[in-house]
Design a binder for this molecule. Sequence first.
Ligand SMILES: *Cc1c(COP(=O)(O)O)cnc(C)c1O
Length: 430
Amino acid sequence: MSTTTNSSMDALSQGLLELLESHDPAVAAILSDEADRQRTTLELIASENHVSPQVMHAMGSWMTNKYAEGYPGARYYGGCEHYDLVENLACDRAKELFGCNFANVQPHSGANANIAAFMALLAPGDKVLSLPIKSGGHLSHGLKPNFSGTFFEIHEYDLDPDTEQLDYDVIAKIAEEVQPKLIICGYSAYPRIIDFERFRSIADSVGAFLMADIAHIAGLVAAGVHPSPFPHAHVVTTTTHKTLRGPRGGLVLSDDEEIAKKVDRKVFPGSQGGPLMHMVAAKAIAFQEALQPSFRNYSRAVVDNAAALAESLVSHGYRLCSGGTENHLMLVDLRTRDSELTGADAEQWLESAGIITNKNGIPNDPRSPRVTSGLRLGTPALTTRGLGVGEMKEVAALLDRVMGSHGDAATCEAVRKDVRSLCDRFPLPH
Ligand SMILES: *Cc1c(COP(=O)(O)O)cnc(C)c1O
């Protein structure tokens, strides 16, 4: 497909496509098609979002050209004056946003933030207590092939099989038995509020560190829509690109001076080389955006939209794991609508209709991770586009038309048209 620009596209984005058109038409066409895909599909993946044009273009700016190994005022390369300024700005804004004393903005990703946090708190072979990925945890919390499962002794707590929620009394008992050095809370597919205070008292009862990985809920926390892990967690890790709506990247936060010093050393030189300073600049911009009152309204709308989507899905006959949602995401148990329905089929059919989701295991899922019985849905990206509670009913109806028809081609094609017109009503800014 040849490169096309769109009237809703910002000037810099149009300029980029023009700049590339004769320089590298192959990549120009791919980028243009991807812009088009994002403009004309509904993004319901709970870990994704649409950044502002300002954040997007800062990532493609001058700051990609420089090595800035080290930290502000102590770099291993000359010429870092402006890099020091932007990194300090990003750190100050992160601290203000989360109400803590320390921030390291250099981790390339959420997983990298976790590597640094593990290295700061643990020695190889130490015991870690976490929720397994099959129950909503993250692979960097102890999955065997991951660094976490390779170098540490991982023990698990699980969700209560009936409520599908955390059972703090049971977690306390397991902690008592295991005597871990680190307890991890914070998840990738958990739709409920996390009681950080309770987790800290469990950690204290066994002399463990508490790490809160708020990768998914960081934006909600920053906006005060979900309780903060401070002052309870010893260390807080997060991504910057999910509900926080910044560039792809990671962040480590703490209130503990000793831990902060170790985290700095374990990010660099412990686990990374030169920081991605163009991403650090974009993080600074995203943090400033998140400090605005409008971000609070956005985050409230994310949660309101999730509640509305959940309610509509229930009215169409779907059961939601844990009985609902209190944050930006929900896990749909597809078997309750149709015992044959799998996550893999639903994901594929929905994509053909322009609705982007991901299959996801549900608690005690009898199907394999490649098939699954669940679908994870989130509202951060749709809310950024401006869809509201009223539109969530439309979205639920579109989802159900596709899944109810078992991916019937004519139905998917008809839904694809309706998705396009819904997207046209809520254009993206880039
Ligand atoms: C997304 C996520 C991460 C990892 O982020 P990446 O940037 O993909 O490395 C870490 N922890 C949790 C809980 C997540 O959901």
